[in-house]
Design a protein around this ligand. Structure first.
Ligand code: FAD
Length: 571
């Protein structure tokens, strides 16, 4: 996938997608699969905003039992299955557990009913997903088994535990990239670091966008029959920039964030524990009285989340919302209260990340009330502006489905025969793997002894079938089999592959999104420098540019989330 922004100016596309988060990526791939010509831009890097910063849970529907929302349950179950099918290297079943207490809504009986409904709704789960992807039946276990699975959980009135399976996307950014690479393969013009400054309006309708290449500063027009505004938390900003005077908020925003703990807690499963802070969600038919905080295993760390709070619009920077110390401490305290025996300390926090989600603040409680359903706004109907659709989603899990509905609308606007949506069944680039466990085992058998097992695992999980293409760089230049720095599991070949094949054009693209180098916090400065040197040779960076790239990385992690946490000064 080569970055050629000039391609965007060469023709009038059937569809221009603004925003390449998970929603924009699915829409672009869907439209390309249906035979439409597509341009897709992101002002940052692919999936680099909200889509990268989530808890990585591909929900299966159990959470919607509380709302008695069977429609959403069914949708989530279907999407979970579809994701495991189309990206078997990146999406895997994940065991989850919540302890049961007493006789009320947190009891074994209450969870037994909820799990039975979940199993009934998902009875076909795993049938078409292939080996290693089946979702086992849920079960209720006794207290001693629950304590074996999650030692140290609060024991007062403990009666057992509810066990079920959701799925986990190992790397949301790489999933977004795989979707876009698939679209690129079908001819879509894909470019990162290209910003839509405003929509292009002609005779009252939208006919594309005026964009700026943020690498060169060059501005130009991208023309399209239909434009999709999928810019996530920025949808209102783009509309306001394009229609001054008509300013109003379509989607109020709230803030959400997670922590990354350096250790696994507990080791094998995603554990939901009750927050001690009161929380009331008026939309729930059966409330647990508070929120469940999830301690989710990811690679060799634990993700904890999610915390929510009202959003102060004054903090909205170009790159989103930087987290401050207060927010990290808030979630840390909440997690420690929920799981006191785990003795979670500030020094355990490797990183924190977050994003903005559509929602409001409940005036009665002051608590965040998240938007429950995605919104598709057809501006032709709603505002008399043809050529423009805006979409705002609420979950990573269901993005494919929302994109399908959007592209159905796009197709209906274009007088052209299009095929039906196939994104739920068509495997992504690098993901044409029928039997994931067998495939993985086979790659292990073929693993060269010079490749450390952890490096091998990450390569295969990140790239699927394409892992051999990464290693091919090292066959041609042997030194690329070296790690990016002593002790790092990431190979120089991965950096080169990211630059040559995955459109990584900034140091941050490689460090934060293409590789694992900076996913759990600011990497050591000498690692950042050595990656900058490697990229610099490929991309022709002079010493000043390399320094600027390193400085940008340090700044992106923020003074607190970067160096502050690495120093480990507090207990
Ligand atoms: C803390 C947290 C935890 C979460 N956990 C989960 C979870 O476990 N499971 C789940 O299913 N969901 C989860 N979610 C929700 C999920 O992450 C989001 O619903 C989803 O990622 C939104 O994707 P998006 O494409 O709409 O937005 P984004 O990913 O933000 O994409 C929008 C893109 O538009 C680009 N853009 C903006 N303006 C412009 C412009 N003018 N020109 C060009 N490009 C532009 C941005 O750079 C950005 O990349 C979580 C969210 C948060 C914040």
């Amino acid at each position: 996938m080569k970055r050629e922004p000039s391609r965007l100016a060469e023709r009038t596309f059937d569809l221009l997608v603004i925003g390449a988060g998970v929603y924009g990526a699915w829409a672009a791939w869907d439209a390309a699969l249906r035979g439409l010509s597509v341009g897709v831009i992101d002002r940052g890097d692919f999936g680099g905003a909200t889509s990268a910063n989530n808890l990585r849970v591909i929900h299966g529907g159990l959470r919607y039992v509380q709302h008695l929302d069977f429609h959403r349950m069914r949708e989530s179950i279907r999407e979970q299955r579809a994701l495991m099918h189309v990206a078997p290297h990146l999406v895997h079943p994940m065991m989850c557990a919540v302890p049961t207490y007493g006789r009320g809504r947190r009891s074994r009986l209450a969870f037994r009913v909820a799990l039975a409904i979940n199993d009934l709704m998902g009875r076909n789960r795993g049938r078409e997903t292939g080996p290693g992807k089946a979702i086992p039946k849920s079960k209720i276990v006794k207290a001693d088994r629950m304590l074996e699975l999650a030692p140290g959980i609060p024991e007062h009135r403990l009666t057992g535990g509810a066990i079920w399976h959701d799925a986990q996307v190992l790397d949301p950014e790489r999933l977004v990239l795989a979707i876009l690479r698939s679209a690129d393969d079908l001819g879509a013009a894909v470019a990162n670091h290209v910003e839509a400054d405003s929509l292009l309006v002609k005779k009252g309708g939208v006919v594309g966008a005026r964009v700026t290449d943020r690498l060169t500063g060059e501005s130009f027009f991208v023309r399209a029959r239909v434009t999709l505004n999928l810019s996530g938390p920025w949808v209102d900003r783009l509309l306001a920039a394009s229609f001054p005077g008509k300013r109003r908020t379509l989607f109020p925003l709230t803030q959400a964030w997670n922590l990354v703990l350096r250790r696994r807690l507990p080791p094998q499963l995603a554990l939901g524990l009750y927050s001690r802070r009161p929380f009331k969600d008026r939309d729930r038919r059966f409330s647990l009285g508070t929120r469940l905080l999830f301690f989710t295993p990811w690679r060799d760390v634990t993700l904890v989340g999610t915390s929510h709070r009202p959003f102060d619009a004054g903090r909205f920077g170009r790159g989103g919302v930087p987290l401050d110390e207060d927010e990290v401490l808030h979630l840390l305290e909440e997690a420690s209260e929920a799981y006191p025996e785990a003795e979670i300390r500030f020094k355990d926090v490797a990183f924190a990340f977050g994003g903005l989600l559509p929602g409001t603040v409940d005036p009665g409680t002051g608590h965040v009330r998240l938007m429950k359903h995605p919104v598709i706004r057809d501006h032709a109907r709603a505002d008399g502006i043809p050529g423009l659709l805006t979409g705002v989603g609420v979950k990573f899990t269901t993005a494919r489905l929302v994109a399908e509905k959007l592209v159905d609308l796009v197709a209906s606007r274009i007088t052209k025969e299009t095929e039906p949506c196939r994104t739920g069944t068509t495997r992504l680039k690098g993901a044409e793997i029928d039997d994931w466990p067998a495939f993985f085992e086979e790659t292990e058998e073929r693993r060269s002894l010079s490749l450390a097992p952890l490096t091998h695992t990450r390569l295969v999980e990140n790239h699927g079938l394409d892992y051999e293409a990464v290693l091919q760089h090292a066959h041609e230049e042997e030194h690329l089999l070296d790690p990016v720095a002593d002790g790092s599991p990431v190979l120089k070949a991965e950096v080169i592959h990211a630059v040559r094949e995955e459109m990584a054009v900034k140091l941050l693209d490689v460090i934060r999104r293409r590789t694992h180098i900076g996913k759990c916090g600011l990497p050591n400065e000498h690692v950042a420098r050595s990656v900058a040197a490697l990229m610099g040779e490929e991309l022709g960076w002079d010493p000043a540019r390399r320094e600027a790239e390193v400085a940008e990385v340090l700044e992106a992690y923020g003074p607190f989330l970067g160096k502050g946490l690495q120093r480990d000064t507090r207990q």
